[in-house]
Design a protein around this ligand. Structure first.
Ligand code: PLP
Length: 466
């Protein structure tokens, strides 16, 4: 295919896409394929000669679309939403044509300056204090890794960059038992080590216990270790657990610990002022991450990290070999110094398109509806004697269990969930709450309706006795 044919095939892709979106709700939500089904349709070796686009696209249509779990399906209620609002899809299309690298201001001035302004728009949209500066990463996992590396280096006064861990005390990182697995992974990758991630127990609301945090820090200091940082959880993946930032961040300040708030999923809800009480006090954090690519609607991938003072992270990740020096331009921002990879995609464009196409009010009303409808569904399920709401809705996420007479509830719930997902009309996933197998429901798909959400009740009732 030649550059001159771009428009032709791009139009083909657009009309394929339009048809896909139109027929999306008739498709089974979860791919109904078996492992290896797709692999056996793919040639074992790459072609020696180029093939016509017609052939490639026909194979795409035939092989790929049935092997996809449809994350944009209006009855996708599994995991978390990974939205792609149409305006952000168009931005991605343009980014793919520009194909620019956005590591330095100079390598794409428009990308850098849009990133600065979009981070600022989002900061104010979320009601975070004006001193925070934002940067866009691919994922929350990367932002969290950047924060954990910063915790380690700050605790070691940046000696680790030069000498590794030789001669340093063990850095200790504190997080509740509800924090995401990406925190665990960041601790391994950063060389802090799994054993130095201290899991603080939670109270009856699944929030980190401040007293337990305090005594863990004290014990560690007493045994010669180096408390380095705290990761707070706002909207845990299992059932939406939230730590209480005001109390935890006060402890962090008095102990001189670096803090990172993981609000990857729930952060989007903070565009609605009525939810902000949940992270009251968050302005005292050093770092906050949230994923516009989840609930807010930006095409994956797009994760925004806000930093109270970027200096510590830049000191940890910034790298300036001579060939990247942009002489005489020290006043410009080079975002690759804030992030792990050098090469960076132009992710701010989709934020610009998203925020302008729907406006904050348009995005807020979607989130408010999701929360409202999820509560309505939870009430409907909770009124039945053969079901139990295990954790009440936090934002739009709740968990429940099927409790038929004379059956083990965890087993009955697991079997029901299998039937639901084999059926294909909707897709739900599970979690474990206090050793019980529970079904997890979250609403957040960009275009879902109240009927889509409430249909889950009918599907469950329809399938529970089969
Ligand atoms: C989704 C999620 C993550 C991981 O986000 P990625 O962008 O996929 O790395 C981390 N923490 C929480 C709370 C999440 O919901």
């Amino acid at each position: 295919m030649k550059y001159a044919d771009y428009e032709h095939w791009s139009k083909w892709a657009a009309s394929w896409g339009q048809n896909y979106l139109k027929t999306l709700s008739d498709r089974p939500v979860r791919a109904q394929t078996q492992p290896g089904d797709i692999l056996k349709q793919l040639e074992v070796s790459p072609p020696e000669q180029g093939q016509p686009m017609e052939t490639i696209l026909a194979d795409f249509d035939r092989i790929v679309s049935d092997g996809i779990t449809h994350w944009q399906h209006p009855r996708f209620f599994a995991y978390f939403p990974a939205n792609a609002a149409p305006a952000s899809m168009i931005a991605e299309q343009l980014v793919s044509v520009l194909a620019a690298q956005c590591m330095l201001w100079q390598t794409s001035p428009a990308a850098t300056e849009l990133e600065t302004r979009m981070a600022e728009w989002l900061r104010s949209a979320l009601g975070i204090a004006p001193h925070f500066k934002g940067v866009v990463h691919d994922s929350a996992s990367t932002a969290t890794l950047a924060a954990i590396l910063t915790m380690r280096e700050r605790a070691w006064d940046w000696r680790g960059i030069v000498s590794g861990s030789a001669g340093e005390k063990q850095p200790r990182i504190y997080a509740s038992t509800e924090t995401h697995s990406s925190v665990e992974k960041a601790v391994w990758i950063s060389g802090v080590g799994h054993k130095n991630l201290v899991r603080i127990p939670t109270d009856k609301n699944y929030s980190m216990r401040p007293d337990a945090l305090r005594s863990a820090i004290e014990n560690d200091r007493a045994s010669g270790m180096e408390p380095a940082g705290i990761v707070l959880c706002i909207g845990g993946t299992s059932m939406g657990a939230c730590d209480r930032p005001r109390e935890i961040l006060e402890i962090a300040k008095s102990e001189n610990l670096y803090t990172h708030v993981d609000a990857a999923w729930a952060g989007a809800a903070m565009i609605c002022p009525e939810f902000r009480g949940i992270w009251d006090g968050v302005d005292a954090a050093d770092s906050i991450v949230f994923n516009p690519h989840k609930w807010l609607g930006a095409q994956f991938d797009c994760s925004v990290q806000f930093l109270a003072d970027p200096a510590a992270q830049i000191k940890t990740l910034g790298l300036r070999p001579e060939y990247l020096e942009t002489l005489g331009q020290d006043e410009v921002v080079n975002y690759s110094e804030w992030t792990i990879p050098l090469g960076r995609k132009f992710r701010a464009l989709k934020l610009w398109f998203l925020l302008r196409a729907y406006g904050l009010e348009g995005l807020r009303s979607r989130i408010r509806n999701h929360v409202l409808w999820a509560r309505e569904l939870a009430q409907k399920i909770g009124r039945r004697s053969d079901f139990r709401i295990v954790t009440e809705p936090r934002f739009s996420l709740f968990t429940f269990q099927y409790t038929p007479n004379g059956m083990n509830a965890s087993r009955a719930t697991e079997q029901l969930l299998e039937r639901i997902n084999d059926d294909g009309r909707t897709y739900l996933t599970h979690t474990i709450v206090e050793n019980e197998f529970v079904i997890r429901f979250q609403a957040g798909q960009f275009d879902c309706t109240r009927d889509d959400v409430l249909s889950v009740y009918d599907i469950i009732v329809d399938l529970m006795e089969k």
